[in-house]
Each structure stands twice: as C-alpha cells, then as structure tokens.
Ligand binder design. Sequence first.
Ligand code: SF4
Length: 212
Amino acid sequence: MIKINEIFFSIQGESSYVGYPTVFVRTSGCHLRCTYCDTTYAYHQGSNMELDDVVKNIKQHATKYVCLTGGEPLLQKETLPLMSQLCDDGYIVSLETSGDIDCKEVDRRVKKIIDVKTPDSGEPNKFATANLEFANKETEFKFVICSEKDFEWAENFAQKNNLFEKSNVLYSPSFSVIDENWLAKKILSAGSQARLQLQLHKYIWSPTERGV
Ligand code: SF4
C-alpha cells in the first residue's frame, strides 16, 4: 500500500521533460516545511492505494511519462517498486525529491530531480551528501532561489561540487518572491552555467487547475 494524495494528467512544468504530457503521482507526507511549499495539502491528505491500482490509474492516460512527486515520495518505501515496475512497463519515469533522503535505492533508470535546499528555503542544511554520487549528465539538481544570498550560496555549492560540469543545475525563482527577469540577468552577469527554470504549470493553469 502507498498513501497517495493525487494522481492527475497534466503538462510537465519543470525539469528537462518540461512540456511533455505527464501523469503526476503525488504521494502524501513530507518531513520538511519549505517557506515556498505550494503543496502543503499533501502533508497529510491522501488515501492508501494498492500499487496495482496506482499503475492501472496511470495507464488510463495517453502518455509514457510519469512523474513521482510529493510531498516527499521517498518517505514511503513502496515508491521504489512502483518506479521499477513503471520502468519495466516502458514508462519514462522521473522523481522529484527534497534531496534530504539518499536516492541509492532508486532504480537507475529513473531520472532524479534532486532539490538542494538553500538558506532561505526555511530548511537549510537538509541535503544528503550521498546524493552527490548521482551527479551525472542524467541528474538534475534544483535550487529554488529565494534571495540574492541564495543565489550566491547556490553558485558556491554547485561550483564546489562540480555540478555544472557533471550534471544539470536548475535555478528556479521562488514564485512571486523572486522576479524571473532579475534571476535571468543574475545568471548571465555572474557567468553562471545554471539553467533558468520557470514553473510552466503556474503560467498555463489557473490556481485551482492541475490539468485534466
Ligand atoms: S520538500 Fe517539497 S513538499 Fe516538502 S515542504 Fe519542501 S517544497 Fe513542500
């Protein structure tokens, strides 16, 4: 059994899969409390589902892209066999995780989008350094930038750990806190190799919409 907050069909708004029709599987529960969290409803709400029923639900939708998100999916061990089964079934699977939990048990075929919590996220120093071992061209390390201090911190973290060379580094402006134009200019003027990432879903849907 796995506690699921929601399963819905929408457009991927983040990562290198941005724009693809995607089934989102949002698990319930998160141990962090980021200042910018836009899924607080997933902290507790949800229903227990059998893995087979989750897969059946996914298969109703016309796409081969599935994204496990939360909450924090890795708080529930059942997400591991779910991701492996989806890969076996030919799905392209991505995982959005807080970065605070070691990803070593995640199926190697899964694209990992690993958050690195900045000082102004409200959850500083919440990063499992073991996750740096996954730094390869397939891995995406995502920093939500909440301030200039966060930008400088992210640059320092990424450079110190060679993330620009080994992986994809995404800088996402904290929505309605940081101006995307400011962040774009900051990336250019600092000579950063980060990719600017806007949350596409927040531009195409109304606040009450998720997709279809
Ligand atoms: S890790 Fe994600 S789900 Fe958890 S509090 Fe932070 S933004 Fe929200």
